[in-house]
Design a protein around this ligand. Sequence first.
Ligand SMILES: *Cc1c(COP(=O)(O)O)cnc(C)c1O
Length: 459
Amino acid sequence: MADFLETLEERRVVPDVRPGDIRAALPVSPPERAEPFDRIFADFKETIVPGMTHWQHPGWFAYFPANSSPPSILGEMLTATLAAQCMSWQTSPAATELEQVVMEWMRQMLGLPKTFTGVIQDTASTATLVALLCARERITAHSCGERGAFRKDLPTLRVYASDQAHSSIPKGVKLAGYGLENLRLIESDTRFAMRADVLDAAIREDLKEGRRPACVVATVGTTSSGAIDPVPDIARLCREHGLWFHVDAAWAGSAAICPEHRSLLLGVDQADSFLFNPHKWLLTNFDCTAYFVKDIETLLHTFTTSPEYLRTAVDDEVVNYRDWQIQLGRRFRALKLWFVIRSYGVDGLREMIRRHVALANEFAEWLRGEAGFELLAPVSLALVCFRYRPDGMDPDSEDVNKLNEKLLAEVNASGEVHLTHTKLCGKYCIRMCVGQLYTERRHVERAWELLKASARELI
Ligand SMILES: *Cc1c(COP(=O)(O)O)cnc(C)c1O
């Protein structure tokens, strides 16, 4: 593992394999007899590792990061060694109590009010589903959970999010029984943030038509461009109409540990629930989502079941996290987070965020100074959205889109760096997101060189 991390830079970021290659190199049936570990490990090195996409590579600029760190890896190994099921206090007291401590640390690190209590969920998608279920239960006084969500006597429940919201929101809306038709995607402005005036009108229209607005999901740091919805305005509307207000800050939330980025969370104190992913940008390997919630009574009412075989003598005195989540079983995730926070200190983590933000801004400066390149959205923290459009090319033409698709493929084919794309207002857009522990200035420079060289070649 140490060797791998030390030599990671020599590997291709994305493997040069075709669909089916790896499967074809592996036996179709399981071994009847035990195999020596040497052979298993040799196969791992020869077949599996070269077929992996290396998210920890310093040339990783794709999607959002899923960064990790040595203390996180050690924490994860110990979690696997203890291999405890941490569903109840009784089934591992230290796991429950360490999680309470670490989530309180996290609350302080982000400057969230004391009215929030944190719990670790596996992913942002799950945490959002939890919020959507709580919203549904609160607005119907738990009648969905008790009598079913598909009843004639229930008004149609509505959920609102911006047209830039992450795919986990429509997914959660489908799964929580609202129905995709009842998710209203609110138009975003020229900076790709939700328009609060359009949200206001949508809520009023639904009320007039006899539908029941239930929940708004705002995004702090959208996946496409890092846009930040106007949380204080949305909070006011939610309060006015009694809606559950959930804030998804999966990637950007980590930056709030820096005082200079604290304003990202302006108005979040008014939310009912808030999430961010230490498994994206806080050196804690996947999976680890921090979910903060105020109305614990609704949460527990929504999720608690109490079968005889799970009852313990201390249930009245303790937190049983099985009642704070969808699944029963629970991994000991707080351990790796504890290792990370202690190993780097909050200040060390701030330094990492600052380094990434500075590198992204420097990259954006290079881009602004280079003829033919243009930004397609305001730089957001460590995310830069841009494209190449040589002089004379129509900004709205499909040719510019095709050109950038080719440019991205060329740059990624190098194997030295990896970037991904999105579309903003129909424009193909290359995303450069800095966020790896091992990324240095020279790696960002290399990405820029490759982009410029490939752009010149294409023209
Ligand atoms: C990454 C992301 C998610 C999904 O995160 P998971 O933890 O993989 O479910 C949700 N919302 C936003 C804004 C994201 O960037």
